[in-house]
Design a binder for this molecule. Structure first.
Ligand code: C5J
Length: 222
C-alpha cells in the first residue's frame, strides 16, 4: 500500500487498483477564447491546474496507472441534450450553438476536445459524458470494474461542478476518491475552497484532499 499525506487523514492506495481521472480539461472551459471565457469567466483560474496536472499525468503514466479522461458534451444532433440544460441561463449563445471554437460542447468540435497540454495518449480511455457527473449515462463504471479499480485520483474542472459531482457519484458506487487541490480549478475562488472542504468534511464524507506534490511523493513509493 502506498500512502499519500492528505486530509482528513492519509490516503492509502494500491497502484493496480487506482486510476487517475482527469475531468473535462476541455478547450471550451479552459482555453482563452472558449465558451467559458465568452461567458465572462476568468480562465486563468482554471489554467493554474494545467501545470501540476501535467506532472501528475506524467508520473501516473510512468507508474502504469490507468488514466481516464472525460469530456462534457453532446451528440451533434443534440438528441442527448436535455431541455433544461439547453434553456438554463437564457444564453444568447449556448450548448449546440456556434461558439468561438466551433459548436459549443458538441462532440467532434475543436472546443469540445481536451487541451493540448493534457492530450490523451493512445489507449487511454476518453469518456464522453452528457452530464456533470462522469458516471451518469457513460460506461465509466464498467471500465473501472473490468480493471479492478476502486480508487480514483481526481483532477480537472470545475471543482464544484463536474469534479464534485463525479466524486459524489463515485463515492456512492463504492470508490475511494482523492482530489488534488492544485489540479482542480473553479472560476469562483470561494467555490473552489468550499467544494474541497465538502469532500473532506466529516471524516472524509466524499473522500480525501491532497495536492500534486504530496501525491507524487506517495506515488514514487508505490
Ligand atoms: C461545467 C464542468 N462547469 N466540467 N462543467 O459546466 O464543470
Amino acid at each position: 500500500m502506498a500512502k499519500v499525506r492528505a486530509e482528513p487523514y492519509e490516503f492509502e492506495f494500491e497502484r493496480a487498483s487506482c486510476a487517475l481521472v482527469i475531468v473535462d480539461m476541455q478547450r471550451d472551459f479552459v482555453d482563452p477564447g472558449g465558451f467559458g471565457e465568452a461567458l465572462g469567466n476568468d480562465v486563468s483560474l482554471l489554467r493554474k491546474a494545467i501545470a501540476p496536472t501535467q506532472k501528475v499525468l506524467a508520473a501516473a503514466r510512468a507508474k502504469k496507472l490507468l488514466v481516464i479522461h472525460t469530456r462534457e458534451g453532446h451528440r451533434p444532433d443534440l438528441a442527448d441534450l436535455p431541455r433544461n440544460k439547453k434553456l438554463r441561463g437564457r444564453l444568447k449563445t449556448g450548448i449546440g450553438d456556434k461558439g468561438p471554437m466551433g459548436r459549443i460542447l458538441v462532440r467532434g468540435e475543436y472546443g469540445h476536445d481536451i487541451v493540448d497540454e493534457l492530450k490523451p495518449a493512445p489507449g487511454e480511455p476518453v469518456v464522453d459524458k452528457p452530464g456533470k457527473g462522469a458516471f451518469y449515462a457513460t460506461d465509466l463504471d464498467a471500465i473501472l470494474h473490468a480493471r479492478g479499480i476502486w480508487q480514483l485520483v481526481v483532477c480537472g474542472v470545475t471543482t464544484e461542478v463536474c469534479v464534485n459531482t463525479t466524486v459524489r457519484e463515485a463515492n456512492d458506487r463504492g470508490y475511494d476518491c482523492l482530489v488534488l487541490e492544485d489540479c482542480v480549478g473553479s472560476y469562483f475562488p470561494a467555490f473552489q475552497k468550499a467544494a474541497l472542504e465538502m469532500v473532506k468534511a466529516q471524516g472524509g464524507i466524499f473522500g480525501w484532499v491532497s495536492d500534486s506534490a504530496r501525491f507524487l511523493k506517495g506515488l514514487a513509493r508505490a
